[in-house]
Design a protein. Structure first.
Length: 159
């Protein structure tokens, strides 16, 4: 067994540890999400449908969405939202007389110094004033030639 073989076994061992670890993480997240599935919770399915859980059993749950009820398997739930629906939130806010927290502005973030301003663009010579449109005098029409002169300059028709 050479040093290359030991290196190969070490790489395979690290890969196996990482695979088991990520699998354990996924199972833990799925279990946490399954615990959040309770009637009244808002969920998003893998198909993009959003609704509120009406009832659930071991493998299926019934959601209410857009006025219709859908029965889906629990595995189709992509995420469970932590917020309440607007209709439920308003009565809950009115029922509990809790004083609102004083909000403070967060400290402004330190910004990096801005680079020096670019030099101003070259200025061009002042443009000439816009031309005003003055009324142009009407062009004089050439005087009409007498009709006799027109006929005299014609060429005879070819035969």
């Amino acid at each position: 067994m050479g040093p290359n073989d030991i290196f190969l076994f070490a790489v395979v061992a690290v890969m196996m540890v990482l695979m088991f670890r990520s699998s354990r993480k996924r199972k833990k997240q799925a279990e946490e999400m399954k615990q959040q599935l309770v009637p009244g919770a808002k969920v998003m399915l893998t198909s993009g449908i959003v609704g509120t859980i009406v009832s659930l059993d071991d493998k299926n749950l019934v959601i209410n969405t857009a006025g219709s009820k859908l029965e889906v398997v629990q595995g189709a739930v992509r995420s469970v939202s932590a917020w309440e629906s607007e209709a439920e939130a308003k009565p809950a806010a009115e029922a509990s007389p809790v004083a609102p927290k004083a909000t403070t502005k967060p400290a402004p973030k330190a910004t990096a110094a801005k680079p020096a301003a670019k030099p101003a663009a070259k200025t061009t010579a002042a443009k000439p004033a816009a031309k005003t449109t003055a009324a142009k005098p009407a062009a004089a029409k050439p005087a009409a030639k007498p009709a006799a002169a027109k006929t005299a300059t014609r060429k005879p028709a070819a035969k």
